[in-house]
Ligand binder design. Structure first.
Ligand code: CP
Length: 335
């Protein structure tokens, strides 16, 4: 395993391997001493060109729990503001001995460019690159932690007493992904990963917030949230953030008002009541409370939003471990 760039690249076996490894990592995190010696002497660089709370802290925690040295690089306050290129930043990181680079970038494709340019070591022996979210393209570790969370809750104990659904896929489960699909790398990664795992996916969105070509994605689409919740009865409802910072002309170019958006596409108490008792409510964060999700829904007993954050550490520990220390099953390929 060399890189983790895209959920679309992952096979079913690779996905199950990451989720099962994450289950093992999660088990170590309830111990008094949470730190493992696995990546002692290795250096992980967090290279963030865009704002982040969860992903950056989660990758840092994961690397430290595996005893790696961690360098945090934020474009703000670095020589990027003086015009330094991605290539020169990469060459600098390589010169400093990075073993893995976790990259978040506003440009779709930046992690792929880093992984395959030769700027971070030779093409045959590159530094591992992990995509922490690139533009509107992909956010593979978010999709992995979402799948891990769904599996833990809805697949559960088959094959053992761990409650993690170890070894299992998500066949038979229905997931509604609701909101600003157009700007969402989380939605794109989730559609592909959930389909790989055998789940059915419906995207629910205003027509203006569905991307051109969505009909080629392996999922259904709907403009009607009430109908999807009431008739389709999803097992998980994943709410997406309205990404106003990516909307040129402001949100007004995509929907008439925030009030109307919340009324038609927001998850609130009334809509929660339409769902089966076992259905979980998810959100990748950060949330716009009162817009795509009400405070009552975000804080309800069905919400697994805080758990998603905790599971992110285990999933990222698994990804770092498989890329830097393990990973015989997909040697030479990207995971
Ligand atoms: N879910 C997610 O990517 O959150 P951050 O932007 O805070 O990292």
């Amino acid at each position: 395993m060399k890189h983790l760039l895209s959920a679309q690249d992952l096979t079913l076996d690779e996905t199950i391997l990451i989720l099962d490894t994450a289950a093992q990592m999660a088990a170590t995190q309830s111990r008094e001493i949470k730190k493992l010696p696995t990546l002692r002497g290795r250096t992980v660089v967090n290279l963030f060109f865009e704002d982040s709370t969860r992903t950056r802290i989660s990758f840092e925690t994961a690397a430290k729990r595996l005893s790696a040295d961690v360098i945090n690089f934020s474009a703000k306050g670095s020589s990027v503001s003086k015009g330094e290129s991605l290539k020169d930043t990469a060459l600098t990181l390589h010169a400093m001995g990075a073993d893995a680079v976790v990259v978040r970038h506003w440009a779709s494709g930046a992690p792929h460019q880093l992984a395959h340019s030769g700027w971070l070591g030779s093409v045959d022996n590159p530094v591992a690159v992990l995509n922490a979210g690139d533009g509107t393209h992909e956010h593979p570790t978010q999709a992995l932690l979402d799948a891990f969370t769904i599996r833990r809750h809805l697949v559960g104990r088959a094959g053992g007493a761990t409650g993690d659904g170890v070894g299992r896929d998500l066949k038979g489960l229905k997931v509604a992904i609701v909101g600003d699909v157009l700007h969402s790398r989380v939605a794109r990664s989730n559609v592909h990963l959930l389909r790989t795992l055998g789940a059915e996916v419906t995207l629910v969105s205003p027509p203006t917030l569905l991307p051109v070509g969505v009909e080629t994605w392996p999922c259904a689409t709907s403009y009607d949230l009430d109908e999807t919740l009431a008739r389709w009865q999803p097992d998980a409802v994943m709410m997406l953030r309205v990404q106003r910072e990516r909307m040129s002309g402001g949100a007004g170019a995509f929907f008439p008002s925030t009030l109307e958006y919340a009324r038609r596409y927001g998850l609130d108490q009334r809509r929660l009541a339409m769902l089966p008792a076992h259905t979980v409510v998810m959100h990748p964060g950060p949330m716009n409370r009162g817009l795509e999700i009400s405070a009552e829904a975000a804080d309800s007993t069905r919400s697994v939003i805080v758990e998603q954050v905790a599971n992110g550490v285990a999933v990222r520990m698994a990804a770092l471990y498989l890329l830097l220390a393990g990973g015989s099953s997909a040697e030479g390929s990207s995971i």
